[in-house]
Ligand binder design. Structure first.
Ligand code: GDP
Ligand code: MG
Length: 267
């Protein structure tokens, strides 16, 4: 699921992550426009990664800040997440429980933070505080190409400081025993919150086709690890941490929901 203020590049990043194949002939070209999202919108897609077919669902949400009054702008998102847990619980509690429960639970929430350099907005804090016990939150710095590397570095530190200060629990990379693995995890952890760049434009440079944003002073490459953390994010989501995101959703967030529901604390 992608969440955050309107215009931060949620739809563009989603496209860059999954929806269009850079290397296919059918790629529709750079003029493709993304429209504004007005309601929670599900898109099912299947991608092939290392020869393995993955079925994913992307949930796009209406951007915050479109209204003068942002009171309760998290409501549709919160109810969507709860609704999926409810569906799951209902299937699980049937007398004739299905062998395969159709799992529509939200396994990760990519939260987009504006590249202001000034830290989190009150709305960011409010949103994350409301949702952190329900879903794995992975914070992202949107439009990282608008910051210098130094600004970005400082901004990351400031965001983490505020997240800690407000006792927000973002998704934590699991500790592993294997040394090699551990090094990899450390590298990932150090990059949080991931700074990302999205683009619908594919440039042909020599014999390479790269997704990038072009400026008079140069190009910002989406998949270049020196330009942003896009590649790390993508790898984490569909390769290295997909199973852990599913496991944590099931064993922590869903259990939380179930316990509250059964205790009658929740409507
Ligand atoms: P959404 O409302 O969050 O879904 O945002 P969109 O994906 O519709 O993007 C809003 C605008 O920001 C569009 O004009 C995009 O071209 C632009 N945009 C998207 N991603 C980036 C980015 O990484 N860097 C910059 N500079 N602009 C971006
Ligand atoms: Mg959008």
């Amino acid at each position: 699921m992608v969440v955050g203020e309107s215009g931060l590049g949620k739809s563009t990043l989603t496209n860059s992550l999954f929806l269009t194949d850079v290397y296919s002939d059918e790629y529709p070209g750079p003029s493709q426009r993304v429209k504004k999202t007005l309601e929670v919108q599900k898109t099912a897609l299947s991608i092939t990664e290392n020869g393995i077919k993955l079925n994913l669902t992307v949930v796009d949400t209406p951007g915050f800040g479109d209204n003068v009054n942002n009171d309760k702008c998290w409501d549709p998102i919160q109810s969507y997440i709860d609704q999926q847990y409810d569906n799951y619980l209902n299937q699980e509690s049937r007398v004739n429980r299905p062998v395969h429960i159709h799992d529509t639970r939200v396994h990760v929430c990519l939260y987009f933070i504006a590249p202001s350099g000034h830290g989190l907005k009150p709305l960011d804090i409010e949103f994350m505080r409301r949702l952190h016990e329900k879903v794995n939150i992975v914070p992202l710095i949107a439009k990282a190409d608008t910051m210098t590397p130094d600004e970005c570095h400082d901004f990351k530190k400031e965001i983490l400081r505020e997240i800690q200060m407000h006792n927000i629990n973002i998704y934590e990379f699991p500790d592993v025993s294997d040394e090699e693995e551990n090094r990899l995890q450390k590298k990932l952890k150090q990059r949080v919150p991931f700074a990302v760049i999205g683009s619908n434009v594919v440039l042909q440079i020599n014999d390479r086709r790269i997704r990038a944003r072009q400026y008079p002073w140069g190009i910002a490459e989406v998949e270049n690890e020196e330009h942003c953390d896009f590649k790390i994010l993508r790898d984490m989501l569909i390769r290295t941490h997909m199973q852990d995101l599913i496991d944590v959703t099931s064993s922590v967030h869903y259990e939380n929901f179930r316990a509250k529901k059964l205790a009658g604390v929740m409507p």
